[in-house]
Design a protein. Sequence first.
Length: 333
Amino acid sequence: MNVRSLDAAKKRPIAMVTGGAGFLGSHVCDRLIAEGAHVVCVDNLMSGRRANIANLRALPQFSFIEADVSMPLPQIDVDEIWNLACPASPPCYQRDPVHTLLTNVLGMKNCLDLALNAGARVFQASTSEVYGDPEVHPQVESYRGQVNSTGPRACYDEGKRAAETLCYDYQRSHGVDVRVARIFNTYGPRMDPADGRVVSNFIVQALHGAPLELYGGGTQTRSFCYVDDLIEGFFRLMRAPQAASGPVNLGNPGEFTMRELAECVIDMTGSPSSIVTRPLPVDDPKQRRPDIGMAAALYDWQPAIPLKEGLACTIAYFTNELWLAPFAEEMAA
């Protein structure tokens, strides 16, 4: 594929987005197209969905390649690589933990090798999961975390940690320009209702009057960032003239217990759903809240959308999904 020749006359920048048909990746594709870039979306559709990029497929400045990032990438003369390839939901990434680990490690290496050859800047979507079950609260970037390297979540947690290592080794050894964001829990339109994350689970269950499944006692906490706020943080990080000295936390520091979230969703949907408790999964973190001081100082970024406003938009999205009805049968089974 010679994307460069296609857009040479218009001098469009070329951006590759791995995982571009996913929840976050598709929003990045939208933003890049709006900025005037030619976007090459690479996705194996394991967790990404064609529906997420349906609005882009007919555009001449958008190209889609169905491929696995753990395999060598197409050698395209790109200006930017946005690496968002990897399932982020524990039930999804634990279905094939070996592939998850390889997606993180080999996928990152393939992106960095392409960047090195093309002279491209690289964005890496890392995660707050690198902090494991933290003993420091809120979590600052300098905290090295407490991760169980042999547990069922390690394929994702350790995979992301290794990907960060690769980024900074390529930066030190080869001068590759890397930007690493540690993403805290994100929600919003284009989430897959079946992906197993807490916001989508609660909303789908509530919309169908099914019991909301609360793991553990519901006292564990999370901080939820609406997708529009997060994408703005991505672009401020990526567009800054100088890279930060290391990874940067991006998330909303508002902290809620899982029970508070469940009760809020029931109230906002007007659902008759009850709340039932389930055992807490192995290595599930007890608390999570970002310190976003670095993002505020370096990029003048902080989230603007409060939880209830973001939930209203997300509830409306799920309500309007025509394929939600058959999913209700699966939820009730």
